[in-house]
Design a protein around this ligand. Sequence first.
Ligand SMILES: Cc1cc2nc3c(=O)[nH]c(=O)nc-3n(C[C@H](O)[C@H](O)[C@H](O)COP(=O)(O)OP(=O)(O)OC[C@H]3O[C@@H](n4cnc5c(N)ncnc54)[C@H](O)[C@@H]3O)c2cc1C
Length: 524
Amino acid sequence: MTAGMCAKSAVIAGAGPAGLTAALELLRRSDVKPIVFEADGQVGGNSKTVNYRGNRLDLGGHRFFSKSDWVMRWWQDILPVAEDKAHAASPLRISYQGQTRDIAPAGREPLGSDAVMLIRRRLSRIFYRRRFFDYPLKLNPNTLKNMGLIESLHIGLSYGRAQVMPRSPESTLEDFFINRFGERLYRTFFKDYTEKVWGVPCRQISAEWGAQRIKGLSVRKALAHAAASPFRPASHTPQQRVETSLIERFLYPKFGPGQMWEEVARQVALRGGEVHLNHRVVGVEHAGFKVSAVQVRDESTGEVRRVACGQFISTMPVRNLIAFLGPEDPQVARIAAGLPYRDFITAGLLLRRMKPGNGMPPDNWIYIQDRDVRIGRLQVFNNWSPAMVADPRTIWLGLEYFCREADDLWSMRDADFLDFAARELETIGLNDRNEVLDGTVVRVPKAYPAYFGTYAEFGRVRAYLDQFSNLYPVGRNGMHRYNNQDHSMLAASSAVHCILGGGGKSGIWRINAEEAYHEEISES
Ligand SMILES: Cc1cc2nc3c(=O)[nH]c(=O)nc-3n(C[C@H](O)[C@H](O)[C@H](O)COP(=O)(O)OP(=O)(O)OC[C@H]3O[C@@H](n4cnc5c(N)ncnc54)[C@H](O)[C@@H]3O)c2cc1C
């Protein structure tokens, strides 16, 4: 690569949503050529779709919904929304987690097209004590019937106790939950699932985390809602109520989230950018606070080469980036090395049919709350998009496990894991092992950047990185922030803005810093 090219090039580590958005935006807005290196054999990062014998697996179930108009338009520009006969002429309103968006009819494609996003309804429930509860938990006859009168009374008393004698000071997540829901409800619905997700007791997680993540859920609101139900005006037909609040809809690429990013990569290449799969950045050279080159290893041959760069956009984990930069300040190295992550495994299981009743649950995903199994969530991919399944007569599930790299789950052989996962479904009565036709296991390291360990000191790492004139860490692990796709994309766009002389790096760090999390407990 010549020095001239280098001044007008940006090397990008990672072809996930952040890296590919940065690449396409550079091509759209400038003459800077993006050269993307992706360690994996496919694009999309955590938002990729794994194709297993024609059955497509989404790692986590990715809802496409954003508060940002820019992101919503950006997605629809890549994959237009499929025509929905029921709303053919009018603008269609979709809503998710309290936000609403209108999809203009002009932007829609015929339903039969492949390069489209579908509008999907969300249904997710909690499975506990072998029964389904509404999610989010509602105070309604179904919940009371499932809990039983005595248990419901205990929950009520325990809630009352927490209101009269709240824990003070409220320092841990456990205190936070108990003060809002009472001890009994906390132990029933929050403790085990939260601990499954994060792998640490709620007593060791700060109350601040709850304040940031569990906003909006409250027993008082649920009680008020339940009490008001009989008095709602008759003009509020069930359909109207459903339209305004209850039914949530989001966009979803017909072939899963990876379809979006495969199409973006195609457009990057068409416009003259480069995307190199199976190429891992393994070193970063810098003179003072300017990156001069990266070292890239071809994962198929093992060969390492040096690539000069004018700008460097990194979406790799901050922990790795700092190790490559080798800061002089030992504190920066210590903090970065201490940043914790939660890892994730998903087992794709193809079933002939399910129990009970042999039907397929209507849910997109189900939270598995029972303590006697380690599974955290169950995805029903048929309900995300029928095109995710090779044979529509089969049921294609994703069994999700939160774990730690190298723990017993992570190290289990694939065949054993599939057997273990199938047995877990059988234990909770959702499946008969004899109905399993096929399966695959996908491990996702560093799926969740966690806010424990040295995270409280992260400001020092950021201050160090901010000194580099041509280095832009963006994205989820790139910034060690619990970003959704849209946040990663906005950070990437903001980095491009900086590269083109449009502003300082603080704009990048502001994204997803102040607002309540979009994913809420629905992702975790
Ligand atoms: C269970 C789960 C559910 C989720 N649900 C949703 C949802 O409903 N909606 C939503 O919008 N988001 C959701 N997300 C979040 C979404 O997956 C991420 O926000 C998004 O993928 C982050 O994009 P990114 O580009 O920042 O990082 P990543 O997706 O992590 O991509 C980074 C890429 O960099 C590559 N890389 C790493 N190191 C190197 C290196 N040294 N050299 C070269 N390449 C490297 C990786 O292989 C990867 O491809 C979910 C995430 C999880 C885990």
